[in-house]
Design a protein around this ligand. Structure first.
Ligand code: NCD
Length: 324
């Protein structure tokens, strides 16, 4: 007798690193269905009815936190946002003690963003529900890479064979890391364009083509993905000045002219106009996908919440924590 494989063989979503190309395709295909549902007047489904989702954001967020909240609510879950600034974390409670406290309330889904790389994995080892990484330090931000992939796939019809240039603060960017892993897994060619101070020392190990000049890096590319300068993660001098950074690395129409004529522009947000991107480019309704990325974010997160709860919905909740 052959045992049927589960549609999605993971308990948690900690990083793109753990996903196979087939898992990525499963998420994107399901997200396509949720995009359509989210465009209807009635956006509500009840597949997560009775389930509890807790969002724990230790770092600031607009898009990711709101879209995880909307995603859970549109699938019928009870969603709670723990406010870190008014929680007992401020009284000195450790992350692990907070995790055990939350676990005792039996959440089925825990969405966490934390400033330390690896903190989300640690949480997943201590709780019974499914854990989703909403960004851990400069390590991974899997749902961002998935929503970016969905946006690209819907516009270009594929990921395979595309040339994607990721530009700016690669060093501190979990978005860049997750995107590089995903795009490589799906057969795209990835370039990074940045000053050497904003590249990791082991950049060669990422398997990307490295450029220090924007026009050279953007030449003939299909997608230009801009990144914010993560000043909050920088200690010391990484740049001579923001003005010089914009002159050399800010995306404007002149630099963009090196890319393919139908190249599309992306940015995970929040963007700093006049720092990494010029307003004329960011607001170009024909080429900028920035608002579309936000829309895709809700659908991708619904797909992830759906897939990660399928096992529990069919077989009942897990009793102990475990790895993905
Ligand atoms: C990114 C993040 O938090 O990693 N933003 C996001 O999730 N949309 C990128 C950033 O903060 O620059």
């Amino acid at each position: 007798m052959t045992v049927a494989q589960p549609v999605f063989p993971h308990k948690h979503l900690l990083g793109i690193q753990e996903l196979k190309p087939a898992d990525i395709t499963t998420i994107l295909d399901l997200a396509d269905i949720y995009v359509e549902q989210n465009r209807q007047t009635n956006k509500r489904k009840s597949i997560l009815k009775g389930m509890t989702q807790i969002n724990l954001f230790f770092e600031n967020s607009t898009r990711t936190r709101m879209s995880f909240e909307l995603a859970g609510k549109r699938l019928g879950a009870d969603v709670i946002n723990m406010s870190v600034s008014t929680s007992s974390i401020k009284k000195g409670e450790t992350l692990l003690d907070t995790a055990l406290t939350i676990n005792a309330m039996h959440p089925d889904l825990l969405v966490m963003r934390h400033g330390n790389s690896g903190a989300v994995k640690l949480l997943s080892e201590k709780v019974s529900g499914a854990v989703l990484n909403a960004g851990d330090g400069s390590h991974e931000h899997p749902t961002q890479a998935l929503l970016d992939a969905l946006t690209i796939r819907r516009r270009k019809g594929r990921l395979h064979g595309l040339i994607v240039a990721i530009c700016g603060d690669i060093l501190h960017s979990r978005v860049a890391r997750s995107n590089i892993l995903l795009l490589h897994a799906m057969g795209a060619r990835v370039r990074v364009v940045a000053p050497s101070t904003l590249l990791p020392v082991d950049v060669d190990r990422l398997g990307v083509e490295v450029f220090h000049d924007m026009k050279a890096g953007l030449k003939d590319c299909d997608i230009v993905m801009m990144l914010r300068l993560q000043l909050e993660r920088m200690q010391g001098a990484f740049l001579p000045s923001v003005r010089e950074y914009f002159t050399l690395y800010g995306l404007d129409l002149d630099k963009l002219s090196a890319a393919k004529p139908d190249a599309l522009i992306m940015h995970p947000g929040p963007m700093n106009r006049g720092v990494e991107i010029d307003t004329a480019v960011a607001d170009d309704i024909h080429r900028s996908l920035i608002q579309e990325q936000v829309e895709m974010g809700v659908a991708v997160r619904m797909a992830c919440l759906d897939l990660l709860t399928r096992h529990a919905r069919e077989n009942g909740p897990a009793v102990t924590g475990g790895a993905s």
